[in-house]
Design a protein around this ligand. Structure first.
Ligand SMILES: CC(C)(COP(=O)(O)OP(=O)(O)OC[C@H]1O[C@@H](n2cnc3c(N)ncnc32)[C@H](O)[C@@H]1OP(=O)(O)O)[C@@H](O)C(=O)NCCC(=O)NCCS
Length: 178
């Protein structure tokens, strides 16, 4: 558990997700869905069941970090998943996701959480960490480039949102290089 001071001076608490967070966690995604089309959360998306939430908490191949404000509200979530831990060829690659409520963006929290995710991935001896990002998501792309990620390619028309097709970039970083 750590405190992180945002650029506006406010402090947030950053810690691992735990089993008491179920309601706050679902509420976070529900709010996020109303704020941005840059994640895969959409308004009306069914909640993950509590059983599935808890099962994922106990999965050693999943890392979930949350940031909370003074009211104990979750205002940021990031996660890393080792998708194929059993596979001898694919088990050194992991996928990440990061999302912060609009009120708290642009204050340094994204950069801080990216570093925490990479620390975890390194403890798991990951070689590659990757994600997809909508091509119009300039804030996220700038963050990833700042953190040393590279754009590897583009998935054309990967998402159809409100009558428009959106391209997505594949982005990745080779951790062993640092
Ligand atoms: C993308 C996101 C995670 C970035 O986190 P953040 O806390 O806002 O980013 P930070 O304040 O830590 O900024 C880190 C760097 O990212 C870049 N950046 C952040 N916001 C930016 C913006 N609006 N425009 C351009 N660059 C931006 C800058 O390079 C910045 O470095 P600087 O502070 O030295 O200028 C956050 O905006 C977010 O959650 N957005 C909504 C959900 C989303 O898009 N998730 C990613 C899906 S792939």
């Amino acid at each position: 558990m750590e405190k992180f001071r945002l650029k506006n001076g406010f402090e947030v608490l950053v810690r691992n997700l735990n089993c008491d967070d179920y309601e706050a966690f679902c509420g976070f995604y529900e709010q996020l869905a109303t704020e941005t089309i840059f994640t895969n959360q959409y308004v009306g998306r069914p909640r993950r069941s509590r059983e599935s939430f808890e099962a994922r908490l106990n999965d050693e191949n999943i890392y979930k970090l949350v940031a909370l404000n003074d009211d104990q509200k979750i205002i940021g979530v990031c996660s890393v998943v080792i998708e194929r831990p059993e596979h001898p060829w694919l088990n050194k690659s992991c996928d990440f996701g990061i999302m912060i409520l609009r009120e708290y963006t642009g204050k340094g929290l994204g950069f801080y959480m990216m570093k925490k995710m990479e620390e975890w991935a390194r403890t798991k001896k990951m070689h590659r960490i990757c994600a997809q990002v909508r091509a119009k998501n300039t804030a996220a792309i700038a963050l990833y480039l700042k953190c040393g990620y590279e754009i590897e390619g583009m998935a054309r028309d990967a998402a159809y949102i409100d009558g428009q097709w959106h391209h997505q970039y594949y982005i990745a970083k080779i951790l062993d290089k640092e």
